[in-house]
Design a binder for this molecule. Structure first.
Ligand code: NDP
Length: 307
């Protein structure tokens, strides 16, 4: 049996399938020379010093589509294949983005608290909310998930725009400038990868361009948004609302954000349903088992496609 290093948590179903083919080791006890495969997740990744200490490493299988916590270029240059779980979570993450947008517009969290506190009975009707219909929606990152978000918003009749580095063959308005798009739209939905190329892409200027009636939804990575600028804008009325699934220093969420009434916060739950996590877990394991069988993988990250 081959030796697999487990970084972070895996599900029981994953463990059961993996243990038929691998000796599974935890980080506190393993023989560096023996490890040929790693299973990890998008948050914990594979630290560079750990990767460098495993001379016989062949595959790093990430339980998630975002792999910014693994240096895929460094892995590829050593011939180590990094895999991830694209596509199987598109619909779930799109649902999460729509859920956050609708929750901001229709004040789901505020009104739930209003009913629970007995204010309906004591104070009368809750303040009115905003309609989510026919909004101008800007999508930052129109890849697999971004396109699923655009389609899933269909019944609300949005006018969709997008910003990416290269124009796509899609029926939506392309902005090559993010600030210009932020000025144009009512709501900006972030769904790019994390990492250095997108770090603080949504900065103070972008946030203020969205404006006091604007809404920011982030289901990408916390690093994509300048969090202190976001908090300041929400506190100072320069941005209206935010729906956030991801944060800069997860699972630590700044108290200032938690104190704001105009935000909806989720614990990085974009793909976190039983069904979608099962599909992601299966693909994570399938990549490892296929490599053991014939040396190939199903879903390598782009940096490792030619290995
Ligand atoms: P894709 O690779 O299919 O799409 C990424 C999109 O982002 C592309 O359209 C790309 O276009 C664009 N992009 C990349 N870099 C930049 C940049 N610097 N500026 C502007 N646009 C950029 O990825 P997926 O749709 O599958 O996933 C996207 C990300 O969503 C993941 O990497 C992950 O970080 C996040 N995610 C979050 C989850 C959650 O639980 N909240 C769950 C799953 C994913 P172009 O190359 O032309 O710029």
């Amino acid at each position: 049996m081959a030796d697999l290093l487990q970084i972070g948590g895996i599900t029981e179903a994953m463990r059961t399938r993996l243990s038929d083919a691998f000796n599974i080791h935890r980080r506190d006890a393993f023989d560096a020379d023996a490890i040929t495969h790693i299973v990890t997740n998008g948050h914990d990744g594979a630290p560079a010093d750990l990767m460098a200490s495993l001379p016989n490493l062949k595959v790093i299988s990430v339980y998630g589509v975002g792999y910014d916590a693994v240096d895929a270029n460094a892995a590829a240059s050593r011939g180590v294949i990094v895999t991830h779980t694209p596509d199987v979570l598109n619909q779930e993450v799109a649902t999460t983005a729509v859920l956050l947008m609708l929750s901001c517009y229709r004040e789901l969290v505020r009104d739930d608290a209003f009913v629970r506190a007995g204010y309906w009975e004591s104070n009368g009707n809750a303040p009115l909310t905003r309609s989510a219909d026919e909004q101008k929606v800007g999508i930052l990152g129109l890849g697999r998930i971004g396109q699923a978000i655009a389609r899933k918003l269909g019944p609300w009749n949005p006018e969709i725009s997008y910003h990416t580095r290269s124009k796509k063959d899609v029926p939506y308005k392309y902005f090559d400038n993010l600030i210009a798009m932020a000025h144009h739209v009512d709501v900006l939905i972030c769904i790019t990868p994390g990492g250095s190329s997108t770090d603080k892409l949504v900065n103070e200027e972008v946030i203020e361009a969205l404006g006091p009636r604007g809404t920011l939804i982030n289901v990408s990575r916390g690093s994509v948004v300048d969090e202190p600028a976001l908090i300041a804008a929400l506190q100072g009325g320069k941005l209206g609302w935010a729906g956030l699934d991801v944060f800069r220093d997860e699972p630590r969420v700044p108290q200032a954000l938690r104190d704001l009434p105009n935000v909806v916060l989720l614990p990085h739950a974009g793909s976190a349903t039983v069904e979608t996590r099962a599909a992601m877990g299966n693909l994570t394991v399938d990549n490892l088992l296929q490599h053991l069988n014939d040396g190939t993988v199903l879903t390598p990250v782009p940096e490792c496609k030619d290995l």
